[in-house]
Design a binder for this molecule. Structure first.
Ligand code: GNR
Ligand code: NI
Length: 178
């Protein structure tokens, strides 16, 4: 397909250890409105295509506090656009659950996190929102906010497990000549 204009081109998702993934992203400000408006549909398309249930701007090389989440697919899509999200409450109760990450393809591990969180953010219209979540949404919210702080799910594991996953990823990437 010709794509010299490529208005709906998929964004390339950065793979660890790309340094952009380790940066603390800066808050979205008024001056970022155009970039953010253009980025949101492309991030959603890239997330659905991957497929993934979340995608943070640093994963596509943009160090801004912006992420998208959708636990649903296809006809049932319910995208959540998170601008400058903040976790304002966490349950003291934690639980383990298997996580993966589009920036650590093929790597999975059980991660212990608070089982419920409350997150404040701005939506795509700039309106203040607050969501109280548990289950997979709570997990994904924490995973995406982590990305904005340069944190990957493997950072919640022991150094031993983290190194095993990161080395396994590096080896798999070399094998596919990445
Ligand atoms: O697609 C994804 N699945 C997932 C599963 C468990 C916990 C978190 C996630 S997020 C991940 C997509 C991704 O890398 N988002 O940053
Ligand atoms: Ni991720």
């Amino acid at each position: 397909m010709t794509d010299i204009f490529a208005p709906d081109a998929l964004l390339r998702i950065l793979i660890a250890p790309d340094p952009v993934l380790r940066r603390t992203a800066r808050p979205v400000g008024d001056g970022d409105a155009d970039q953010v408006r253009a980025l949101i549909p492309r991030m959603l398309a890239s997330m659905y295509h991957a497929p993934g249930i979340g995608l943070a701007a640093p994963q596509v090389g943009v160090s801004l506090r912006l992420a998208v989440i959708d636990l649903q697919r296809d006809e049932q899509r319910e995208p959540i656009i998170l601008i400058n999200p903040e976790i304002v409450a966490r349950s003291s109760e934690t639980e383990p659950h298997e996580e993966g990450c589009l920036s650590l393809p093929g790597q999975y591990a059980d991660v212990v996190r608070p089982r419920a969180v409350t997150v404040r953010y701005l939506d795509e219209a700039g309106a203040r929102q607050e969501v109280a979540a548990e289950g997979l949404l709570a997990r994904c919210l924490q995973h995406e906010v982590d990305h904005l702080d340069g944190v990957l799910f493997v950072d919640h594991l022991s150094a031993l497990k983290r190194n095993i996953l990161l080395r396994r990823l590096a080896k798999a990437q070399r094998a596919k000549e990445g």
